[in-house]
Write a protein that binds this ligand. Structure first.
Ligand SMILES: Nc1ncnc2c1ncn2[C@@H]1O[C@H](COP(=O)(O)OP(=O)(O)OP(=O)(O)O)[C@@H](O)[C@H]1O
Ligand SMILES: [Mg+2]
Length: 249
């Protein structure tokens, strides 16, 4: 077992965003977390990456919502629950956030190099080559300021930036958000290639399951912070509840 989330509870003040949520991801799997708006997907990703601890501190400092986190996150047989996001990155967990920040004034190549600060030049070069093979439209824009890329291109760049870190677990929070169906197909096929080429394990959250389910190994359905269903790709695709709730437009 690579990742084990055990009975996670996250409260924002008194509202429960994750309720006794558990999941497991095996080495090499692509696993989905399916849920509609406000279901708790980003909260889950933040809890696994450790970002929730930063949010907790920030909210406390500015006198905002009191954030409470209970439960455990285990990775490679180690309890990371109290570890900072930086420490978790060093362990191999890299989160690609919804609207992940880029450096708009730096060009595409510079952004990729900045993301790889923990890696050697050779490792960076290898991954950058892979990124430009995966996302051929980015390859033409190596020296373009990242701020001038389209939303879809920026999404590709942020996934590229996550890959340059060379994660063993890649967390993708709604990577299809705002992409056209053609771009979605392209991105999903790139994700499959990423697993083949790098053997990275992938946990991916989405609200529309239709394009995603065929390419995953297993998935979990989250509603109001709670796990309602889990199963293999095939099981979820033929589940009428999944089809009616998550196959919409
Ligand atoms: N910092 C915060 N303070 C207070 N409430 C929050 C905070 N972050 C999230 N929430 C609440 O927690 C619940 C879960 O939010 P979360 O962002 O995890 O959902 P999501 O599944 O990612 O939704 P979306 O699909 O819209 O991105 C929501 O009701 C949200 O309003
Ligand atoms: Mg979200």
């Amino acid at each position: 077992m690579l990742l084990e989330v055990k009975q996670l509870m996250v409260f924002y003040e008194n509202a429960l965003a994750l309720n006794d949520f558990s999941l497991q991801v095996d080495n090499g799997e692509i696993v989905a977390v399916i849920g509609s708006n406000s279901a708790g997907k980003t909260t889950l990703m933040n809890a696994i990456s450790g970002l929730i601890l930063d949010i907790q501190v920030k909210e406390k400092r500015k006198g905002g919502e009191r954030v409470t986190v209970l439960g455990e996150v285990w990775f490679n047989g180690e309890d990371l629950s109290r570890m900072s996001p930086d420490q978790r990155v060093k362990k191999g967990i890299v989160l690609c956030r919804e609207r992940h920040p880029i450096f708009p004034e730096s060009d595409v190549l510079e952004n990729l190099h900045i993301a790889g600060y923990l890696r050697s030049r050779r490792e960076i070069k290898e991954t950058v080559d892979l990124v430009f093979t995966l996302f051929s439209n980015l390859a033409g824009y190596k020296n373009r300021k990242a701020g001038f890329l389209s939303g879809g291109e920026q999404q590709m760049l942020t996934i590229g930036m996550a890959l340059v870190v060379r994660p063993s677990l890649l967390l993708l929070d709604e990577p299809l958000l705002g992409l056209s169906p053609a771009m979605q197909t392209k991105l999903l096929s790139a994700i499959k290639t990423i697993r083949q080429e790098t053997r990275v394990t992938i946990l991916i959250s989405e609200q529309f399951a239709r394009p995603l389910l065929p390419m995953i190994d297993r998935g979990y359905v989250i509603e109001n912070g709670m796990l309602t269903l889990s199963g293999t790709s095939r099981e979820l695709m033929k589940n009428p509840e999944v089809v009616s709730a998550y196959f919409g437009v």
